[in-house]
Design a protein around this ligand. Sequence first.
Ligand code: 8X3
Length: 257
Amino acid sequence: ALSLKGKRVFVTGASAGIGEATAKEFAKQGANVLICARRLERLTKLEAELKELGAPEVFSFQLDVTDRDEVQGTIATLPAEWREIDILVNNAGLSRGLNKLYEDDVDNWEEMIDTNVKGLLYVTRAVVPGMVARNSGHVINLGSIAGLAAYPGGAVYCATKVAERYITDGLRIDVNGTDLRVTTIDPGMVETEFSVVRYRGDEEKAAKVYANIEPLLAEDIADAIVWAATRPAHVSIQTMVLCPTAQASAYVVTRGA
Ligand code: 8X3
């Protein structure tokens, strides 16, 4: 396996869930961790935790990936030692609502498309040129089983994850001939703030999504990300789909009593 010691890993949306767990897992492996999110106070706390877990250097900054100028400007002016990113984990993303397309609030669509599609593109555009110039780097994007099949009420969320899949595949094609690797990690049900955000704070509704099954945890996804990142240089994990054992597809879930 490749060593992560001293590598610079950049995780977007690191304030909670899969992003936070991923930052921690890389810290345990001795990587230097660069984290961003909108919620700065959470990052400040995480920064200390990452150092305790073993990250030699940690740097956190506030970033809203939907702001094109902010993404470009902030990443271009990072402290010099953070500009050469070895591994980019494009994790920032969200879902809003689970409504019929013809009844949904258009603001939900704007937010999902701005974050999951345009935000992903902005960060990629800011980081990958350096990787190509150094002929070294790994881009790991967070997709979803939602990108493999549409589900009721999920048209636009699912469409953003289809976009993520094609952006990932397209980028891999465009960097072919370099030593860069490009991966999409596609989880099913992971119990994080995901459903609370989807239902705008309705905790009861969110809890039902994961009721009577053993869902994946953010740590399970972090583990897969670190595994993909540590394969030997000639091995490119193009895609990985992870679901709870009780989940066969977006539709087929067996719940216990
Ligand atoms: C999260 C998984 O199935 O709730 O992307 O869309 S799902």
